[in-house]
Design a binder for this molecule. Structure first.
Ligand code: UFG
Length: 344
């Protein structure tokens, strides 16, 4: 049987690697493109250790249209694309807005142009709950009106969704945008996980790096929000649950089960946890105290956000399965294993 071929942009990144493993488990052949600005090609050896197969890898920047077209000329019969590749640090995007607009928009437009030129019909796009800004009501459903995003990064996700929803109207492309809430955790094997290059921005890598002694303490950004303990609320979701949702979305497109050319789904658990609850859960699973200190609010942080997951549950037939403790335990096991792995 001929294997269906999926092109994964940003495939050496955090969500990309986990998604490749799930795609391979379902019998897909995977081709990876990554510029390696925020990741290491060595993670594909880790993928191979898990799945037994190393995906084909091309290193280039998607802003390089010629390189992208060359790839499509060489690699025929691509059935669908999962487009993860993007810059994603919120604070960095405030400092370097032009870089974010140039990189995230141009890469998407090049991918779409190439899809039209080389007749690839299906794409799953990596979106974010950041497109909702601070919503007026919770939980947030796909129908909740989008607010102005808090950062240029968030703006690029909103603009990308706008571009995609416009493009499907005049082409035969089929698109599914998946809006992730807060992906955390790692593969059960502890062979792949989140690997921030430089200081992490996100809560869970900060927690695990503090616990392992790379950082002295964790700063909790604010305890004066209107929440039960004053710290912000997020809908944390296991990265493997997110990865599985991508496989479901790809199968939906390939089987023509999508109900319109442009569909959007929230990927969350539907449960919100505060930062302090998350720290407590981590202390429980790691069986150690975490050194943390309350400090002032971080600019741009949304007070609380969690997903209405009904559409994804009912329409995709997908549901997040892992709980917060499992997310934190797998993140912790990955952090502990990192010392042994010597990633390059
Ligand atoms: N936090 C801390 N200390 C830290 C890091 C984070 O207290 O050192 C807090 C934040 O203030 C926030 C929570 O932990 O309340 C989660 O913060 P993250 O940085 O892990 O995640 P965000 O919710 O800020 O950002 C995530 C993604 C973004 C996306 C955004 C959408 O990382 O890509 O969700 O809401 F845009």
């Amino acid at each position: 049987m001929i294997k269906r071929r999926i092109l994964v942009t940003g495939g050496t990144g955090y969500i990309g690697t986990h998604t490749i493993v799930e795609l391979q488990a379902k019998g897909f052949e995977v081709i990876v493109i990554d510029s390696l600005v925020n990741s290491l090609s060595g993670v594909l050896n880790q993928v191979e250790q898990i799945s037994g197969t190393k995906p084909l890898f091309y290193e280039f920047d998607l802003c390089d249209k010629t390189a992208l077209e060359n790839l499509f000329t060489i690699e025929k019969n691509i059935d669908a694309i999962i487009h993860f590749a993007a810059l994603k640090a919120v604070g960095d995007s405030v400092e370097n807005p032009l870089l974010y607009y140039q990189n995230n928009m141009l890469s998407l437009m090049n991918v779409l142009d190439a899809m039209i030129k080389f007749k690839v019909k299906n794409i799953v796009f990596s979106s974010s709950c950041t497109v909702y800004g601070q919503p007026d009501s919770l939980p947030v459903s796909e129908e909740t009106p989008m607010k102005k995003p808090e950062s240029p990064y968030g703006q690029t996700k909103q603009m990308a969704e706008q571009i995609l929803s416009d493009v499907v109207k005049s082409t035969s492309l089929d698109v599914i945008s998946l809006r992730y809430f807060n992906p955390i955790g790692a593969h059960d094997s502890a062979l792949i996980g989140e690997y921030p290059i430089g200081a992490p921005n996100n809560l869970v890598p900060m927690i695990t790096q503090t616990a392992v002694g790379i950082r002295e303490k964790l700063l909790v950004f604010g305890d004066d929000y209107n929440t039960k303990d004053g710290s912000c609320i997020r809908d944390y979701i296991h990265v493997v649950d997110i990865a599985k949702a991508h496989v479901v979305a790809i199968e939906r497109l390939l089987e023509g089960k999508n109900k319109s050319n442009y569909e959007v789904f929230n990927l969350g658990t539907g449960f919100g946890f505060t930062v302090l609850e998350t720290i407590k859960a981590f202390e429980k699973v790691s069986q150690q105290k975490l050194n943390y200190e309350i400090t002032s609010r971080r600019t741009g942080d949304v007070e609380k956000v969690y997903a209405d997951t009904q559409l994804a549950n009912n329409e995709l037939g997908w549901k997040a399965e892992r709980d917060l403790e499992n997310m934190l335990l797998t993140a912790w096991n990955w952090q502990l294993n990192l010392k042994e792995l010597k990633l390059k």
